[in-house]
Design a protein around this ligand. Structure first.
Ligand code: AMP
Length: 217
C-alpha cells in the first residue's frame, strides 16, 4: 500500500496517518517529524530547515526531495508507505512520480482530509504535544494535565513554535498557494479520495479505512 495523506496543517493528517500506518503495518513517513528531529539533533538538515519552519514557509524543494529519496529507499518502505506532509508542492509531486516510476512502485491512493479554515485555526492554537513520545493534547478536546507532563510517557508537553496564530495564518496561505494545486494533479490521475475531516478522529479513521478497503476490492 503506497499512500499520500493531503490536508491543511491541523487537518488531522498526523493523527490519522499514525493509526492507518499501525493498522496496515506500513511506515508513516512525516517530513515534518523528520525535520523536527534533525533540528533537535542539531544536524545539517535541521539547520537548513530551521528558518523556513519557524516562519511557516516551505523548506526548499531540493532539500525535501533529497530527504524523501533517501527515506523511500530504506528497506521498511518496500512493503509500502504512508506519506504525511509530502508532497506539498507540484515540483515535489513530480519528483515523487519519477522516483516511484524508477522504483516501479506507483501510488495506490491519495487521501485528502478536508477541514474548514475556522476549525483549523482553533485546533492548532489549542494543540500541545509531548516532546518525547509525540502524543497529541488539545485544550479544547483532550486537555493536557496542569503540570504539562505527558500522561503516557512522562515527557514534557510543549507548543510547537509554528502553532502560534501569526505563523498558522502564513502556513494556511502557503497551503492554499503551493499545496492545493496537488488536489487537481491527483484527481486527474484518478487516485484522489476525499474524506470529511470535521468529525471526531474515530469517525474520520473509519471513513479512511472504508475508502482504502473499497479501493482494494
Ligand atoms: P508539518 O509538521 O507537516 O506541519 O511541517 C512543519 C514544517 O516543516 C512546515 O511548515 C514546513 O516548514 C516544513 N515541511 C514539512 N514538510 C515539508 C515539505 N514536504 N516541503 C516543504 N517543507 C516542509
Amino acid at each position: 500500500m503506497r499512500l499520500i495523506f493531503l490536508g491543511a496543517p491541523g487537518a488531522g493528517k498526523g493523527t490519522q496517518a499514525k493509526r492507518v500506518s499501525e493498522k496496515y503495518n506500513i511506515p508513516q513517513v512525516s517530513t515534518g517529524d523528520i525535520l523536527r528531529a534533525a533540528l533537535n539533533e542539531g544536524i545539517e538538515l535541521g539547520l537548513k530547515a530551521k528558518s523556513f519552519m519557524e516562519s511557516g514557509e516551505l523548506v526548499p524543494d531540493s532539500v525535501i526531495i533529497d530527504l524523501i529519496k533517501k527515506r523511500l529507499q530504506k528497506s521498511d518502505c518496500e512493503k509500502g508507505f504512508l506519506l504525511d506532509g509530502f508532497p506539498r508542492s507540484l515540483p515535489q509531486a513530480e519528483a515523487l512520480e519519477s522516483l516511484l516510476y524508477e522504483l516501479d512502485n506507483p501510488l495506490d491512493s491519495v487521501v485528502s482530509i478536508d477541514v474548514s479554515e475556522e476549525k483549523i485555526v482553533g485546533r492548532l492554537t489549542n494543540r500541545r504535544l509531548c516532546r518525547k513520545c509525540g502524543a497529541d493534547y488539545n485544550f479544547a478536546t483532550n486537555p493536557p494535565p496542569e503540570n504539562m507532563i505527558c500522561t503516557i510517557c512522562g515527557g514534557e508537553i510543549y507548543q510547537r513554535s509554528d502553532d502560534k496564530e501569526e505563523t498558522i495564518l502564513n502556513r494556511l496561505n502557503v497551503y492554499a498557494n503551493e499545496t492545493i494545486p496537488l488536489i487537481s494533479f491527483y484527481k486527474e490521475k484518478g487516485i484522489l479520495k476525499s474524506v470529511d475531516g470535521m468529525s471526531e478522529p474515530d469517525a474520520v479513521f473509519d471513513s479512511i479505512v472504508a475508502i482504502l478497503e473499497e479501493k482494494n476490492k
